[in-house]
Design a protein around this ligand. Structure first.
Ligand code: 6CS
Length: 339
């Protein structure tokens, strides 16, 4: 009897092992949504990530570009709920969920030198270690952050100083620190999801917005604004995450496939986006020769730089010791990756 029972449970255990191992080896289909189109920077990154996953495992990835599943806030909710396995959401939106992620909106914190930035995102302890726990608390496994280019202001009237932003309703992504930045710059900040920006400019509900140059061309924002101004105050940062329960449930081999795909796609995109600002600016001025393009001089940047100190103090006020520690680490990482 005993031996029969043992044989029975032994059989059950063996079947369980077979089922478990066949489950872990099964080919899964994963969903990945992002905030841009397939041919924009986030879409190019996602395509490279998908190619690497599919080349190195039996899993497949289905890509969901901007608009197919809603706005940035919608895809984040879907990723947190486990409906999506991967999501690209920029700190410009995540800052509302993880206040420390707003550190990327302290003006003049990040350099505009793209080579320095490429080293920084890859090697930064703040990004690759410290942010991990903050994202994990929200059910997310942070995989990578990468740059999308220097941010430019596009407006309906010329901007040479903060005074020119007076009474300009300026669209910003939906995080409180970006609101504080544009207040400190002298504008009237108006947080909006991306889908409302083109129409808002067209109907004059807003008169300005900021984004990297490639996005000004690809989304045709140049059609509804007349002046591009480079103040050097920021570089656009974005982040790719996995749903944490999904990620934690992966085998070690699959985790490595995901990490390696994120790293190889990073190397590709860091190089790819470097020349975009110049090539896409040319497309804008070809399409609209009357568009003015101004790079502010050091003197003209003075009021924006002075505002940065106020915004940094606000960031610390909003995030306390945890934010201060991230800010200090980020500054140390920037210093360490200078050369
Ligand atoms: O300004 C925005 O809302 C958007 N900007 C970029 C460059 N990517 C996605 C984001 O939704």
């Amino acid at each position: 009897m005993k031996s029969t029972v043992r044989a029975f449970f032994g059989g059950v255990a063996a079947s369980a092992i077979i089922i478990a191992s066949s489950l872990s080896a099964q080919a899964d289909s994963w969903k990945y949504a992002f905030e841009e189109s397939l041919t924009e920077v986030q879409g190019v990154y996602a395509t490279k990530f998908k190619e690497a996953i599919e080349a190195n495992s039996d899993h497949t990835i289905e890509l969901f570009p901007y608009g197919t599943l809603g706005e940035s806030a919608d895809i984040m909710e879907q990723a947190q709920a486990g409906i999506l396995q991967f999501v690209d959401q920029s700190p410009g939106f995540t800052g509302a969920l993880i206040p420390e992620a707003q550190v990327f909106f302290v003006p003049y914190l990040l350099p505009t030198d793209q080579d320095h930035l490429a080293r920084f995102y890859k090697q930064s302890k703040a990004i690759n270690e410290d942010f991990e726990g903050l994202y994990a608390d929200k059910g997310l496994e942070l995989l990578v952050m990468f740059p999308e280019g220097e941010v430019a202001m596009t407006t309906k009237s010329p901007v040479k100083s903060c005074a020119d932003l007076n009474e300009v309703k300026f669209r910003v992504m939906t995080n409180p620190l970006l609101v504080e930045s544009y207040k400190a710059f002298g504008a009237t900040p108006t947080p909006l999801p991306w889908g409302e920006v083109y129409g808002g400019l067209q109907t004059n509900i807003i008169q300005g917005q900021e984004n990297p140059t490639f996005f000004l061309f690809s989304t045709k924002i140049y059609e509804v604004t007349d002046h591009i101004t480079y103040t050097g105050h920021n570089n656009f940062t974005t982040a790719v995450m996995a749903n944490k329960d999904f990620y934690d449930g992966l085998s070690d081999a699959d985790k490595k496939v995901v990490e390696d795909a994120a790293a190889s796609a990073y190397d590709y995109i860091a190089e790819y986006q470097k020349s975009l600002a110049d090539s896409e600016l040319k497309k804008i001025t070809d399409a609209k020769p009357e568009m003015t393009v101004t790079v502010l001089t050091e003197e003209e940047r003075a009021c924006f730089k002075a505002a940065a100190a106020t915004v940094e103090a606000k960031f610390i006020e909003m995030t306390g010791d945890s934010g201060k520690a991230i800010l200090d680490q980020l500054k140390a990482d920037l210093e360490a990756t200078k050369n």
